[in-house]
Design a binder for this molecule. Structure first.
Ligand SMILES: CC(C)(COP(=O)(O)OP(=O)(O)OC[C@H]1O[C@@H](n2cnc3c(N)ncnc32)[C@H](O)[C@@H]1OP(=O)(O)O)[C@@H](O)C(=O)NCCC(=O)NCCS
Length: 170
């Protein structure tokens, strides 16, 4: 893994991150979601939100050729609720994705461990929550998350996405 570099994402990575999301979510979620559900969600799943990308707590993993092969981060604000008061110590996993050609190589775990180190050091994080895709349940369980229950994440007035609310003390 010496040729894998993890760094803070910047707005100049946005296009590459969106392309990564499109590759990852379209291929890795298709066994767990009906095609119409996935098709409606893809514009939202594959959009690299500028405010998240430039938040300072969103990261990319690049290979030796500086191609973006994984991305993910954390925020104190809850996804979809930027104006809600934050809870001290409590943070949220945000928009994790690994290139389908690079899954199973520890990149997701590397990103999460980086998030934990950073969130503890800069924010005093004690708990991570995730709104996980159905496809990512076993990944999060391996990282120490437990299931709180199913949720429907709202992407807009007419688009909801079946997900799992999971949590992990860190
Ligand atoms: C979920 C995802 C990020 C995992 O990334 P990854 O780099 O393949 O995961 P890692 O290689 O770091 O795996 C970490 C551990 O989880 C396990 N794991 C990962 N995916 C798994 C799966 N689908 N089934 C069972 N175990 C899995 C690995 O075996 C590994 O276990 P180990 O620590 O005992 O070796 C990746 O599959 C992905 O991008 N999925 C599509 C997008 C998505 O669902 N993102 C989550 C948003 S909430």
């Amino acid at each position: 893994m010496t040729d894998r570099i993890i760094e803070n994402a910047s707005l100049s990575d946005a296009e590459a991150i969106s392309a990564l999301f499109a590759r990852s979510y379209s291929q890795l979620l298709k066994n767990d979601y009906a095609p119409d559900v996935l098709a409606r969600a893809m514009p939202f799943l594959s959009f690299a939100r500028p405010e998240l990308i430039s938040s300072g707590s969103y990261y990319v993993v690049k290979d030796a050729s500086t191609r973006v092969i994984a991305a993910g981060g954390w925020t104190a604000t809850r996804p979809g609720a930027p104006d809600e008061p934050v809870k001290p110590g409590w943070v949220h996993v945000r928009h994790f994705a690994v290139d389908p050609d690079f899954t199973g190589q520890g990149l997701g775990k590397m990103l999460f461990n980086h998030c934990v180190r950073d969130a503890k050091a800069s924010y005093g994080a004690t708990r991570f929550d995730a709104y996980a895709t159905l496809s990512a349940r076993k990944f999060y369980e391996k990282l120490g998350f437990t299931l709180i229950g199913p949720i429907e994440v709202s992407f807009g007035p007419d688009v909801t996405f079946p997900s799992l609310h999971m949590t992990c003390d860190v």
